[in-house]
Design a protein around this ligand. Structure first.
Ligand SMILES: *Cc1c(COP(=O)(O)O)cnc(C)c1O
Length: 392
């Protein structure tokens, strides 16, 4: 294990500078300004018991280490542990912290894969989960009456963008001695500083805004606690679900523009959201930085900007929503989010099809709900496309 993967990053530079230079340096042997892709499984040792920090790429790989250091520098914590996918990161977090008989509390609007993992896999190993709405007074407190090992929240939630008050959840959980992990995939450290709000762990699907170009799937777990990081690295190596060097290299490239992209995604999404809100066929639009958003005050307090996601519903319901999604031309009908291309999704039949209908209804995912991941095209071109699709 390279020593620098367990030592804290002391870089005090600004976010933008850290996103480009944090934790990385020109290649010491050639001067290459970018970390090379070390596409290699095996590292030759100098003598028995003496190596250069790398032995075998399942345990650590120099390109992946560069990404891990840079993510840590950006987030202001220890180097990340990077994974093959976001679900590999979340699974490893659970494997690192939980054992048979343990209880986890999860916010009610979380990624479907997280729910499936808890309900259909970890339940077989004796781990139980409670899904609670932390915005309901006393709900979290009640769930924590059962001895609990971990609280996992996601904010904004998918696809309704419902927010969770991170500082308030951390305060309640910490009073019970329980650590809090935040899935920060939708906003990233560019727009939401989870550690400053009290989180103990941050998890990512780097597939989305972190890499940002629809090129990779990947995940990461970050913390400021060396003991937690060691547990996570032990699982990463034992399960063998770490990231590959080429994925890491593409993600390093994406990170250089993280702040710029997130700012523009947010500005474009807000412009499209305002246009939709004024359209006579639109019944309802959700975007955290719209004044009409029910948790607007919390969004302004907790987030640096609104993010690139919005959701809306047409007066014509499911039928009209599906017709719209079949008529768009610039927007791509797809399941992913968080990249430069604008993606449009029908949660009820795509991302959330596996969620039982009554659970979907309870979470506000109607058959007519449309999710838009607003990309970096001209917002006017996105609006023109939606306008022609609505006109039929
Ligand atoms: C996509 C996503 C995940 C899962 O990530 P994968 O990279 O697809 O495995 C987890 N959490 C959130 C919020 C996501 O959007």
């Amino acid at each position: 294990m390279p020593l620098d993967l367990l030592s804290p990053i002391t870089d005090q530079q600004s976010f933008e500078t850290r996103s480009i230079h944090g934790g990385v340096q020109p290649d010491p042997t050639t001067g290459a300004i970018l970390t090379p892709i070390y596409q290699c499984s095996t590292f030759v040792q100098e003598a028995v018991g003496r190596d250069k920090g790398y032995t075998y790429s399942r345990t650590a790989n120099p390109t992946v280490s560069a990404l891990e250091r840079q993510l840590g520098a950006i987030e202001g914590c220890l180097p990340a542990a990077c994974f093959a996918t976001g679900m590999a990161a979340i699974s490893s977090l659970f494997f690192a912290l939980l054992q048979a008989g343990d209880h986890v509390v999860v916010s009610d609007v979380v990624y479907g894969g997280t729910v499936r993992l808890l309900r259909q896999i970890l339940s077989r190993f004796g781990v139980s989960a409670s899904f609670v709405d932390p915005s309901q007074p006393g709900a979290l407190e009640t769930a924590l009456q059962r001895p609990t090992r971990l609280v996992l929240i996601e904010t904004p939630g998918n696809p309704t963008l419902k927010l969770v008050d991170i500082a308030s959840v951390c305060e309640t959980a910490h009073a019970h001695g329980v650590p809090v992990a935040v899935d920060n995939t939708f906003l990233t450290a560019a727009l939401q500083d989870c550690f400053a709000l009290g989180a103990d762990l941050v998890v990512y699907s780097t597939t989305k805004f972190i890499e940002g170009h629809n090129s990779t799937v990947g995940g990461a777990v970050l913390t400021r606690d060396p003991a937690l990081l060691e547990k996570i690295r032990f699982v990463q190596n034992s399960l063998g679900c770490g990231q590959s060097p080429f994925q890491a290299w593409l993600t390093l490239r994406g990170l250089k523009t993280l702040r710029l992209r997130l700012q523009q995604h947010s500005a474009n999404a807000l412009q499209v959201a305002r246009w939709l809100e004024a359209h006579p066929q639109v019944a309802h639009v959700a975007h955290p930085f719209l004044e009409s958003f029910p948790q607007y005050a919390l969004a302004k307090r907790q987030q640096k900007d609104g993010g690139g996601l919005l959701a809306f519903e047409l007066h014509g319901g499911g039928h009209a929503g599906i017709a719209l999604m079949n008529r768009v031309q610039l927007c791509s009908l797809a399941e992913n989010l968080g990249a430069v291309e604008t993606l449009i999704t029908h949660p009820a039949s795509m991302t959330h099809a596996a969620v039982p209908e009554e659970d979907r209804a309870a979470a506000g995912i109607s058959d007519g709900l449309v999710r838009l991941s607003v990309g970096l095209e001209s917002p006017q071109d996105i609006i023109d496309d939606l306008a022609q699709a609505l006109a039929g």
